[in-house]
Design a binder for this molecule. Structure first.
Ligand SMILES: *[C@@H]1O[C@@H](CO)[C@@H](O)[C@@H](O)[C@H]1NC(C)=O
Ligand SMILES: *[C@@H]1O[C@H](CO)[C@@H](O)[C@H](O)[C@H]1NC(C)=O
Ligand SMILES: *[C@@H]1O[C@H](CO)[C@@H](O)[C@H](O)[C@H]1NC(C)=O
Ligand SMILES: *[C@@H]1O[C@H](CO)[C@@H](O)[C@H](O)[C@H]1NC(C)=O
Length: 509
């Protein structure tokens, strides 16, 4: 009875809902690195908005999940500059979420134990969150706009697989960083391809290197004009009202003196991440496109930092039939740890807190695949969903549907940010795992991956500063050669092969 009633009701309202256009014409996405929700914004429950599902300080983890009556470490609000990097491989996250005793229930009890296995100090580090004053830009944005307190990373694993989900709703079976696959480029369709098919534009504003080039399709000649240097083009395009339908901002991944990394990856200073968010916000706020803009800020994964919300594990669909490698053969049927997600638009009511989505299934959640799912909806793309995962993920177009006109009281500037780190960037340091993957990508763009010593040996010897120089050179050569190849009449679907800089080969053998 109730079912048929809602059916009639739906029929009645459907034509109205479908013809209602979103006020949003530009979506700007910024994905930061490796921090959990509780670590970045959990304490805003106390200081800013009690309806946020954050922390109280009563969240504790035992030092061991195996021995009886172990000591425990509780969550505190004194997060500071963190060096080094807590564990966040697939196996480390298993232990953080489930503890050491075999279990299928995510007790979120193994963070301290897993960190303790790295170093005793680390176990305290992972149980620290920032006071709102220490992340003043997020404090302002959470007060003024929307925070999502139930948004998960797409898989319980590290950076690259999670980043791949953001624009393609799958990691094509990767649960870790698979060097060969990263070098070849991942083959799956992306939301960029869907936008392109529908005549919509996109742009990637990068600082060191566009990691979106880990998708093979994005290396095709037809997309070469979509890549822009953030410093040269982002402000200019925004001020001229020229931002495309989807603008992706990639942070600086290398930490240099005078040009500090701003991706928030430990040990990078989150104050620099705050400065980047401030710059992006103020730029959009001053743009003639402001009234049509939605800014989405999220984190690829939790970076090993504690979060108290149980990771969803019921009816999460495998995206595309791929499973992970031995020994886990992960079925992609669980989500990763909760991460901070903040959204900004003059169409968002002040102080909005959004928890779970309203569908499309009873078990749907917000996770990174919600981004392509919502882009498809807001721009009414006729392309199919990318995988089963974005078809399932909650969409967030609703966040801009509660006002009848854009707000005029949004701050034009945000507060200044004080550095948390007192020392200089360590530009002579060895590369982190993530940075060495970036160098690997650069090596492919440069054609150097065919040399036997490359890139494994070379990236082991490189300092951060050298890697930055190398990467910068490789990206600009690749882009220049791609433009040249187009001019010479190469097929749009070709990818430049830098072995000989002006020859091309088809990407569809
Ligand atoms: C967060 O995760 C990657 C790099 O260290 C992973 O390898 C993981 O190490 C961390 N993320 C980054 C960007 O470094
Ligand atoms: C969305 O696209 C369909 C065709 O694919 C069209 O019939 C419909 O009117 C469009 N809706 C809006 C709001 O533009
Ligand atoms: C642990 O902390 C102590 C005191 O802060 C410090 O001296 C020591 O170097 C740290 N050890 C590690 C492994 O970080
Ligand atoms: C945005 O909309 C508001 C309210 O209608 C208006 O006052 C303001 O001038 C608009 N801003 C821009 C940049 O168009």
């Amino acid at each position: 009875m109730e079912r048929s009633f809602s059916f009639i009701f739906l029929l009645f309202i459907l034509p109205f809902v479908v013809s209602q256009e979103s006020p949003i014409k530009t979506i700007v996405v910024l994905v930061m690195e490796n921090r959990s929700f509780d670590h970045m914004v959990g304490w805003m429950k106390q200081g800013i908005n009690p309806t946020i599902n954050g922390v109280t300080g009563n969240e504790c983890n035992p030092i061991s999940t195996k021995t009886p009556n172990p000591k425990s470490v509780c969550f505190t609000n004194d997060a500071q500059f963190v060096d080094p990097d807590p564990g966040h491989s697939f196996e480390a996250v298993e232990q953080q979420v489930f503890g050491s005793t075999p279990s299928s229930f995510p007790s979120m009890s193994g963070f301290v134990e897993q960190a303790f296995s790295i170093s005793p100090n680390m176990s305290e580090t992972v149980m620290k969150g920032f006071k709102p004053e220490a992340v003043p830009i997020y404090a302002s944005l959470v007060k003024e706009f929307a925070v999502f307190d139930r948004w998960f990373s797409s898989i319980p694993g590290p950076t690259q697989p999670n980043r791949l989900f953001v624009y393609s709703a799958t990691s094509h079976g990767s649960t870790s960083h698979v060097k060969k696959q990263l070098a070849q480029g991942y083959p799956q369709k992306t939301i960029f391809d869907s936008l392109h098919e529908n005549g919509k534009d996109f742009g990637v504003y990068f600082q060191n290197i566009p990691t979106t080039l880990f998708y093979r399709n994005l290396r095709k000649l037809k997309y070469v004009f979509k890549f822009h240097q953030f410093d040269l083009k982002f402000k200019k395009d925004a001020l001229n009202g020229k931002l495309p339908s989807l603008s992706v901002i990639e942070p600086r991944y290398f930490d240099l003196k005078g040009l500090p990394a701003n991706d928030d990856h430990p040990s990078h200073d989150v104050a620099n991440g705050q400065k980047l968010v401030k710059e992006v916000y103020e730029t959009l706020r001053a743009s003639p496109q402001w009234n049509e803009t939605l800014l989405v800020i999220t984190y690829d994964e939790h970076g090993g930092f504690y979060d108290h919300v149980k990771t969803p594990f019921v009816n999460v669909p495998n995206p595309d039939g791929n499973t992970g490698p031995a020994p886990s053969f992960f079925k992609f049927d669980r989500l990763g740890v909760r991460v901070p997600t903040i959204m900004v638009s003059p169409w968002i009511k002040k102080g909005t807190v959004i928890s779970g989505p309203k569908g499309p299934t009873p078990n749907s959640e917000f996770e990174h695949s919600s981004i392509p799912a919502t882009i498809k909806k807001i721009f009414n793309l006729s392309s199919n969903f990318l995988t089963h995962r974005d078809a399932w993920a909650g969409t967030f177009e609703d966040v801009v549907s509660h006002l009848t006109s854009p707000r005029t009281d949004c701050p034009e500037t945000l507060s200044d940010v004080v550095p948390l780190r007192t020392t200089e960037a360590k530009e002579d340091a060895a590369l982190s795992e993530f940075q060495s993957e970036v160098v690997q990508l650069a090596a492919v763009l440069n054609g150097d991956h065919f040399l036997s010593s490359f890139p494994d040996e070379m990236s082991k010897k490189m300092t951060v500063k050298e890697a930055h120089e190398y990467t910068k050179g490789a990206v600009s050569r690749f882009i220049r050669a791609s433009k040249e190849a187009l001019k010479l009449g190469a097929a749009e679907s070709a990818i430049v092969d830098m072995r000989s800089s002006l020859t091309t080969r088809s990407s569809n053998p």
